[in-house]
Design a protein around this ligand. Structure first.
Ligand SMILES: *[C@@H]1O[C@H](CO)[C@@H](O)[C@H](O)[C@H]1NC(C)=O
Ligand SMILES: *[C@@H]1O[C@H](CO)[C@@H](O)[C@H](O)[C@H]1NC(C)=O
Ligand SMILES: *[C@@H]1O[C@H](CO)[C@@H](O)[C@H](O)[C@H]1NC(C)=O
Ligand SMILES: CC(=O)N[C@H]1CO[C@H](CO)[C@@H](O)[C@@H]1O
Length: 358
């Protein structure tokens, strides 16, 4: 074969690969927003946070989220490392619901249930980069996605955006917005960073101290679907009203924590949780507009090869996913997640990191 022809064939395959990567017509790239020694990298594949870099008490920069080195691994991921979640984060029981007399059958991707928006939820699609300011006083990136009527079984077209912005030391603001264009639909957006504020490669989080500002949880049945009961944490291993080590009572719970808390605050921007790691001196404070937070201790992360070849194991991170109550669409006593056309949905999360020298 002449070298010209093989070059052409080669080019054809490269173009083909690029096209395959741009399912919705956009290329998959990595973007960094940076403010001094604070940096966040995201990819438009799943609007995913890839890394969050900031110093520890000795000034040493560390990456405080679990993740992978390549987009290929993100595509293959089943843990939702760093990804945006939607159209409805968490589980919808039986992958179905009835809205205004119409019954909707959704794509089940976890047994009979739908988890995190289905097989091709917002974590598995390519988003469009709308705005990108890499550095300066207010670095930010806005990604958008158009979810079509019927996608994964949901009614109506929906446009969503997520904005990641760095504010003064060391605030990371995450704002999700959505609009239903033509039909009422459940919407609840969240994201799934696996935090290890001691460093993604520092081992488990069991000695980190957590405080969750919630007196109640929404217990689950054997299918991981809320029973509908809102039950007090008092005198249970779920009580984190006062700061406690993650590992202090984790052995009392099969596999570890994976539960939704109903936040106590009635303010718009609610205090969610504080996580503190003595070794690095890093503290993370979370506030959000959502009524609930899922506390998950990475129980099903087993022998997962991550960044720099580091292998993640159970409890090597914790997730605090702020959200509407799981399966709200099937529980009339839970706050509604239905968004009607013309109304907009907003969910803001603010992560504040501080570095304590003592
Ligand atoms: C994809 O995931 C499977 C199962 O988790 C794993 O065995 C395999 O190595 C992964 N492939 C890549 C390219 O990461
Ligand atoms: C950073 O977050 C804290 C609260 O967590 C807030 O008091 C402060 O005003 C925020 N700073 C900026 C610049 O947004
Ligand atoms: C339910 O249907 C009625 C009658 O068609 C309509 O007026 C109303 O807006 C619908 N509500 C929702 C949430 O779609
Ligand atoms: C717009 C909308 O309905 N958002 C909801 C997400 O879920 C929580 C509770 O489940 C609601 O309080 C929000 O209003």
């Amino acid at each position: 074969m002449s070298s010209k022809i093989s070059l052409l064939i080669c080019l054809f395959f490269i173009l083909h690969l690029l096209a395959a990567d741009s399912v919705t017509g956009h290329k998959i790239e990595i973007y960094e927003i940076k403010k001094g020694d604070f940096s966040v990298k995201v990819t438009n594949y799943g609007a995913t946070i890839i890394s969050v870099l900031l110093p520890d008490k000795n000034g040493k920069i560390g990456d405080v989220v679990l993740g992978y080195d390549t987009i290929k691994e993100y595509r293959n991921d089943t843990s939702y490392f760093g990804a945006a979640l939607g159209r409805v984060a968490n589980r919808i029981g039986g992958a179905q619901f009835t809205l205004n007399g119409t019954h909707y059958k959704l794509v089940a991707n976890e047994g009979v249930n739908m988890l995190h928006g289905g097989l091709k939820g917002f974590s598995k699609v390519v988003w469009k980069v709308r705005k990108y300011v890499q550095d300066g006083p207010s670095p930010y990136i806005t990604l958008t996605y158009h979810s079509a009527d019927g996608e994964e079984g949901f009614p109506g077209d929906v446009v969503v955006s997520v904005t990641y912005a760095l504010k003064d030391h060391y605030n990371l603001s995450v704002v999700f917005k959505a609009k239903a264009l033509n039909k009422a639909t459940p919407i609840n957006l969240s994201h799934h960073p696996y935090w290890n504020i001691g460093g993604h490669n520092s081992g488990d989080v069991l000695s980190q101290v957590v405080q969750i500002f919630a007196s109640h949880i929404t217990p689950l049945d054997t299918q991981h679907i809320p029973t509908g009961i809102i039950s007090p944490v008092k005198n249970t291993p779920y009580d984190f009203l006062k700061p406690r080590k993650v590992g202090s009572r984790i052995d009392k719970i099969q596999n570890g924590y994976d539960i939704n808390y109903a936040l106590d605050s009635t303010e718009k921007m609610k205090h969610v949780a504080i996580v503190y790691d003595k070794k690095s001196g890093r503290e993370m404070d979370i506030k959000a507009t959502a009524p609930g937070v899922q506390f998950y201790t990475a129980n099903w992360v087993i022998n997962t090869k991550g960044k720099g070849g580091y292998v993640y194991q159970p409890h090597s991170a914790l997730c605090l996913e702020t959200q509407g109550f799981p399966d709200a669409v099937n529980h009339p006593n839970f706050p509604s997640t239905i968004v009607t056309p013309g109304k907009s949905y907003v969910h803001s999360v603010l992560y504040t990191f501080t570095i304590k020298k003592y």
